[in-house]
Design a protein around this ligand. Sequence first.
Ligand SMILES: [Zn+2]
Length: 385
Amino acid sequence: MNLPVLVKHKIEANVNSDRFQENFCSIAQFGIQQNGGVTRLAFSKEDMDARNFLIEAMRSARLQVTIDPIGNIRGRRAGTEPNLAPVMIGSHLDTVPDGGHYDGVVGVLAALEVISTFNDLEIETQRSIEIVNFCAEESSRFGMATIGSKAITGKIKQSDLTALIDNDGESLHSVLTKMGQSLDDLSSSTLDDSSLHAYLELHIEQGPVLENKGVNIGIVTDIAAPTRFKVKITGRSDHSGNTPMDMRRDALAGAAEIVLTVEQLTTNGGENTVGTVGELTVHPSAMNVIPGQVELSVDIRDTNLSDKNKVVQQLKKRLETIAKTRQLEMVITPICDDTPVKLSGQIVSKLSHHATKLGLSYLTMPSGAGHDAMHFATIVPTGLI
Ligand SMILES: [Zn+2]
């Protein structure tokens, strides 16, 4: 497929789809699994190989490449007015275990392809363009998501990062030190509204809406934010044969009621409210023992803060009732309570206008998943396709 790029009024350019495809194939080799998935955890050998490939490709595209203290790779193409704040375009190359080929990669390679197309056609831009690969967008290795974009937008302090370790006990600090980076310089790379003009990101949808509706692209208006907490439910483990039904304190039956309550409240919540119980640990987990303890996770997301808060409040009330009725103890441990972000209305209408002009069908829609773009939205005009 040839994806056209419209540049300044009347120049119409096509990206080089063969080159774009070749770069995908090259990146996919780093961490490819037998089942076809890709495992490229942040700063692993596979991720470092992909990063080095990108650095080489950026240099071939005549970009000035820098690696900032947290490990984000940035490549700058100077504009005709280099003193103006640049436009940044990017995403991430790291993946979850057995991840897809396109998540994150499409955004980084699309940015690179835009630059290469500009080079091919000798197109100059007034503002400089910086393309970026954010490190550790996925939380799979260090338990925290979007580390690179949080750092570059000043959403995180050095002290928040020093404690991060992976499952093998290796710290992010030690990984970065081995790469020659230093967290001491973290604040030096923080961008604000004077050092950046706008941020743009292309990402896969990670959902079924566009395909189901047969629409080419989604232009994102809002990014949902999660409220997450764990619930530890304690009942009593008893023999499954000798304990009458009215004398049980079954923690799993209580958990089952919670799972259905999350589904019911979010289904009846706001237009974009979603809720999931994705983890459930049952103790002692034996066929003939009534479960005495269950731990579960709750993830509620919405693009509308008051809709989300309403559902969370309702859910907490219902948890109290379930605990009381079933004589269970419940302990709630908060994980996060984030605020949804709105993306630039001006960029949404520009993207919609150009999609129409290019004959691409589009949908303006919220994104239920978090992305690097969400950290930029509070600083500079931000767009996400
Ligand atoms: Zn992603």
